[in-house]
Write a protein that binds this ligand. Sequence first.
Ligand code: DOR
Length: 303
Amino acid sequence: MDRLSVKIGNLKLQNPVTTASGTFGYGVEYADFVDLDRLGAIFVKGTTVEPREGNDYPRMAETPSGMLNSVGLQNRGVDYFVGQIYPGIKDYNTHIVVNVSGSTLEDYVQCAQKLVDLEKVPAIELNISCPNVKEGGMAFGTSCRSAAAVTRAVRDVYPKTLIVKLSPNVTDIAEIARAVEDEGADSVSLVNTFLGMAIDAERRRPRLSTVTGGLSGPCIKPIALRMVWQVYNAVKIPVIGMGGISSATDAIEFMLAGSTAIQIGTYNFIDPAISMKVIDGIEDYLKRHKLNSVSEIIGKLEI
Ligand code: DOR
């Protein structure tokens, strides 16, 4: 099985297939469909220092081209995660990565400090790209300076593997990736959702309470692939790619574009067992192409 294994910072993943934060709960919710221990890692639901209610309903809209959400970081806070959720998931035989969000730089730092001693959480994913909150969120991820500042502040208190999740709602994603690499990020994950909106023409109203939301699903894949390719060519740290992956072929495209690992997001809602199919499909691809390891496809786009 070692031919599927990859490294992200200090983390050795048994394979490149992971599940995206906010689309897979804490894993438990999917245990009937997925052998959780086969996953490369589970990126669990986003956590903030204080509990949050999230945005008003409706905060989900399906459109023919993709799904929009404006959840707004609903969660029960990091203390609840540490005290109530972690004990129930710490014995998975896969890595648990916690996605961390905040309104202020101090929020991110405090959250990281509360997670650093959890033995079975070897990494955090710093979410500087949530498009659905008024304070913080994406604001941190849309300028090199703020992305660098929050990465540095967390790096100083968090010695374990630090992954920074980037926003696609920018024109300079490669520069932002370089800025967070310079401040000590071990990896970047991209892309979060695209700022979009949906309208109910009959009612002449927006379909989300927040008017705008984050667009995800297959429609964003070509743009996400382009961004992964740009970032891969700009940094030395490993890239974790995501954006509309719904098959092993999609995952392989992301790996050819430079992703060391991939995250499956929206498609978990459509086929809860998709992650298992993607792992099997990558194995099959290696066999069919007579390749010895996934390292022979990562960034190996022939141009
Ligand atoms: O699309 C998203 N929705 N991206 C995030 O980072 C967080 C989530 C939310 O809670 O709104």
